[in-house]
Design a protein around this ligand. Sequence first.
Ligand SMILES: Nc1nc2c(ncn2[C@@H]2O[C@H](COP(=O)(O)OP(=O)(O)OP(=O)(O)O)[C@@H](O)[C@H]2O)c(=O)[nH]1
Ligand SMILES: [Mg+2]
Length: 306
Amino acid sequence: MLLRPRPFLLQALKPLHSSRGPLAVRRTLSAHAAAADAAPRGDAPPPARTRHKNSRTPVPPRVSVNTALFFPPGVERDAALTEEMVLPGSNIVVGPYSGDSRVKEAEFIGCSAHARDCPKDDRPEFAVLGRSNVGKSSLINALTRRKEAALTSKKPGKTQTINHFLINKSWYLVDLPGYGFAAASKTARMDWSSFTKGYFLNRDTLVGVLLLVDASVPPQKIDLDCANWLGRNNVGLTFVFTKCDKVKKGKGGRPEENIKEFQENIKLVYPEPPPWIMTSSTTGLGRDGLLLHMSQLRNYWDNEAT
Ligand SMILES: Nc1nc2c(ncn2[C@@H]2O[C@H](COP(=O)(O)OP(=O)(O)OP(=O)(O)O)[C@@H](O)[C@H]2O)c(=O)[nH]1
Ligand SMILES: [Mg+2]
């Protein structure tokens, strides 16, 4: 099997140096920018807001955060940017590798108890990772627009194996068991650690990890630890904030506040900002943007392989 470069390696705890100063460009995503449609590339579908007059996909909530942008492959860090080049509700710049991001077919291929049992072809894949109940399976259903491609449950611990979904016969979305399920037995927790970590360290076709973080609660140490572990092991990640539709009363109840606080913590670990995007599987928020982002990472990966 070919060993391919991962499209964006974000190394934790290793400062990056540049003659031009800090690589991360800071800018404020104004309410206007956050709500702006991304400029689609190739034959990607236009954002939902303009696609259907009566689309039920909402415009991302207005965020006003100091955002350090994520520059995908093919975009220079000092490139002249317009707000339309940033995906709504995210820090992700859309670059020249983005392309057709539509999911036309989604097929469940099988479940594996060990990393060594996973499909052995050369197709690129994205792993969906996060705490139990964060919404991993729901996100897969939202991205594929299938109600029950992946089984979901109110009870944590529903997904117990590595589940491969083949998209458009060309790439995989992988549903993983959640971590941090307090009620799981010690043995089950140990198993999670060994088999899932084995998967991350040995899966050459892994383009990136979608690390899901529940935006309806304040930052959790276990998520920060997980991000740190992935960074130290050179596994590229995208933070996907889930449940952005949920607003609870009181302090720590607003997704925007929780996301901002989470990012403050991440800055301490990642000198260069990882990509992040706000989503809701309930409303469809962020779905098209996330698919477009995945298309640019995938196309770059494919391109590098040939
Ligand atoms: N309001 C809201 N609820 C959500 C969202 N995503 C998931 N949920 C709910 O959260 C619960 C857990 O969702 P799952 O998709 O099963 O979570 P999971 O991460 O796959 O859980 P495990 O497989 O147990 O690790 C379900 O009751 C979902 O309906 C969301 O975006 N908004
Ligand atoms: Mg699940």
